[in-house]
Design a protein around this ligand. Sequence first.
Ligand code: ADP
Ligand code: MG
Length: 830
Amino acid sequence: MKFGIDLGTTNSAICKMEGGEPVIKKTDTLKDTLPSCVSFTRKKVVKVGDSAYNDLRQAKSQASKSLSSGKVNVFIEFKRDMGTDKTSFSSNMDASFSPEQLSAEVLKTLKSFIGDENVSAAVITIPAKFKADQIAATKRAAKLAGIEHCELLQEPIAASMAYGLSASNKNGQWLVFDFGGGTFDAALIKVEDGIMQVKDTEGDNYLGGKNLDYAVVDDIIIPYLQENFVIDEIMANETTLNILRDAMKFYAEQAKNQLSFKPQADITSQLDEFGEDDEGNEIELDLVVTQEQLKPVLAKVFQKAIDITKDLLKRNGLSGSDLDKLILVGGPTYSPVLREMLREQVTPNVDTDIDPMTAVAKGAALFASGIDSEVKEEIAVGTVALNLSYEANSVQPMEYVTVQLDKNECTGNIPEKLFVELVRSDNGWSSGKVEINDIGDVIECQLMEGKNNAFTITAYDDKGTVVPCFPKEINIMQGIVVGNAVLPYNISIEAHDSGLDKNVVKSVKGLEKNQQIPATGALNGLKTRNQLRPGMEEDTIIIPIYQSEHNAEGTSAVHNDHVFDVVITGDEVGQLIPVGSDVDITIKVDRSQMLKLEAFFPVSGETVEKEVEIAARSVISAYELEKLKDSANNKLRALKSSSSISAGETAEADKLISDINNRFEGEKSSEDGRMHLQADIRRAFLKMEEVEQGHEWEALEAEIREEFDRLERANNDLGNKYDKQVAAVRSQVDMAIRSKDVRQGRAVLDDINSLFVAVTLIYQLMGFIDFHLKNFNSIQWKDSNRARQLLQQGKEIAATNPSESTLHPIVRSVIDLMIEPPVGGPGVSL
Ligand code: ADP
Ligand code: MG
């Protein structure tokens, strides 16, 4: 394999291995990168790249003239939607396109830069945090673009590869700081003797160069316009304001990019580029921006990324000084403002050697060179087919290459005696002519350190005449090896926590975030909450599977990404599985994050196997989102009104939620806006649940004290028959209060309640009879006549001569006659 592709949110690039070196292939406009932008013209021509990006600019300029958005035929940032069922409608084509269809157009255009060679195999990079559905969508895009054999590589690993090959120190912690056009990703990479692995990742899917551009618009261009034009009316309306901001964005971007290399930049618009101001004067731009002016504007956006980076380091027990290298990736990292901030706040070891726009594609090509392409080339008649086996990545100074004649693949005349010579591309080493046969011979190849080593292969007959052979070249990369991929999220299931009496997500042991894959995880000792009768399809146990964040353990499931509900029915078991049976769950994750679930029921010894289907996620509706936002606001209010919670504790959530409330109306109508809002609402919920978890104990302690008092009073009132038991529970209460452990507290509360029932049994029994007579018709009975008869009998006894010994058996019989309705929600409990 020799092609590497960076399929970026804003820009993409293709790189080819040539003579052992990764070479970026120029685009149609002779640039290194291609805007990931697709435009459909009225004549139904598909344009990709710079010309499409120009169309986008024109569409925005056009919109500013008429102050209305008009029809949409240009698309960008569709990578964000990968794995969802969102589609983009083009009026010119009268058709909708999925994110993978649009991505396929970008891939096809990249392929066209390779000249006449067909790119049927390539390495394509993906963000480290891409989940199974997004990975599957990327593979579909590759297929649509005719890339039959595609291998995926995580972007930070690709960048580390481009950097690490020539790095002098191949041990330590590296941080890849990837600030792209619309997304920010930080990845901590552990390198041990040249073997690289992602250790942890964090990021923001809605933070990138775009935010810098809008900051320039809002802080520099709009104030300029306010000074020179009258735009109060345009600004007062959210829609027209955004149309104006969108049109100005391109100028802001241009100036921002120039200011990475120059002390000042001119912003001068062309005639008839924008519409008119409130008084009918044509809006024009003619201003100069200096680096000094730009600095504070960019700094506040970059600071968000730096804070995320600091959080990532902190939760891994690291500080900036532990980093051996900080590797810059993404266009905005050219900015001297960012570089200075990183040096000051994180580490002085900021690498500026690799090109942040092409490092990912180069790393992908380097990685590709170590993969055997499955797409076989036709071997010409008379060409000697060779089998070479070796490790394509090595951290050793030499590599053993086994060379073998592959007789089955050869056609035509093959010389009796055959010699092969391997020559390293720098001519610094040669194997000399080595005789080979179909058994094979081992050649010890000397490697240049920290480089890709290309070896040309030449075959000779015994007279020294060159014979055509295949392959003609092999590549061995010395210095770095890519470790196994890791899980970007925790795999969790939703279960009922009886101790806490709520549904929570529970991480599957062994499938935590950053675990190497393939991997197997297990959750043992769960209990079924419904029964499974053999052959009964309507009996179900639902196991909801989620992908969740590192800090989501024990939180409510709604704040995690739902993957799939595994449903086990009575149809799939051969024996009765009663309610409350043990069930052990095993989940297997393969190399490309595909999942399989096994449920083992010890009562029957049966195992049920289920495939986990990963379908495209649908984008949340405005209605659902509104509900989510309201419940976030309610929760915040409740937290703020609680006397035990200080304002400082809720400050972060408060800030997030007021920002969400402000943006809500403006953003809820677009799918992208809704996805962004949903991500932020989740973040707010997680913050609030953190606060809540910190205070759960206080509420529980109050409840325990109250319930225990009630128990003591009841025991006193009813003749102190249970003094011993009450004393035992009292010592448990004391212990729980000392431990402040919520789970222990819940257990004590259960004990208090059971003892209370025992102490007050006679009243409980009478209350039971009363309640079930009153609600008789809303209860499902196995035999309603018998039930009514028993209850009537109980009522009479209660009225005349109540005693525990007479009422208890009656109540027990009534309970036996009730049909338990199946529980909703998750089918297993902890
Ligand atoms: P992605 O990985 O999301 O596709 P890129 O790494 O290609 O994104 O970065 C695109 C962003 O880089 C755009 O916002 C663009 O304006 C910005 N950019 C490009 N060149 C420069 C530069 N010289 N200085 C600052 N920003 C730049
Ligand atoms: Mg990128």
